[in-house]
Write a protein that binds this ligand. Sequence first.
Ligand SMILES: Nc1nc2c(ncn2[C@@H]2O[C@H](COP(=O)(O)OP(=O)(O)OP(=O)(O)O)[C@@H](O)[C@H]2O)c(=O)[nH]1
Length: 204
Amino acid sequence: MNDVKLTVLGGEGTGKSALIVRFLTKRFIGEYASNFESIYNKHLCLEGKQLNLEIYDPCSQPQKAKFSLTSELHWADGFVIVYDISDRSSFAFAKALIYRIREPQTSHCKRAVESAVLLVGNKQDLCHVREVGWEEGHKLALDNRCQFCELSAAEQSLEVEMMFIRIIKDILTNFKLKEKRRYSGSKSMAKLINNVFGKRRKSV
Ligand SMILES: Nc1nc2c(ncn2[C@@H]2O[C@H](COP(=O)(O)OP(=O)(O)OP(=O)(O)O)[C@@H](O)[C@H]2O)c(=O)[nH]1
């Protein structure tokens, strides 16, 4: 069984818990406790594979979330970064998070493959008070090799589910890519050893 670890990050009150709870229970509850962190577990079957999904919902500690993130970055296989389309400051926060994840020393420290990241503009039902355009979100995602979507945890159960499935599929693709690189890496090492020792043997 594959373990898939996903972290949901974003500014305070952007709807991180609402999205996770919507995905896990298909319900929108409205108010969520925000003073403690949680790891949710879900078993699912995707592309014929059994998966053990863990979703980390950190408690909102704005300063920590912005710049430290070290443990989250090492723990997670992928990230959902959430902003509220009716709150420009949450978009700036999401941008800082993406830059942090894509920093060269972060993305290459333990990873042969770049982390999967999906940027979500939540609260699309509040588009009458929108402060962040769809194009801005899309561009930020595109420039930083992330997936992007806008949705509403309050009103769109199916879209929320599709969003999570999309990031999980990206993570699975990364797993395959890593495996392939590891295999071709060990193959070329074997070839190298063979070349060196093979040649030596010949010259003796
Ligand atoms: N209108 C609207 N409100 C939403 C939506 N998603 C979440 N909310 C509301 O936004 C508020 C914050 O939602 P949470 O899910 O607690 O957000 P959070 O990011 O987990 O919050 P913290 O953990 O405190 O940072 C709550 O009042 C939710 O009901 C949405 O899609 N539309």
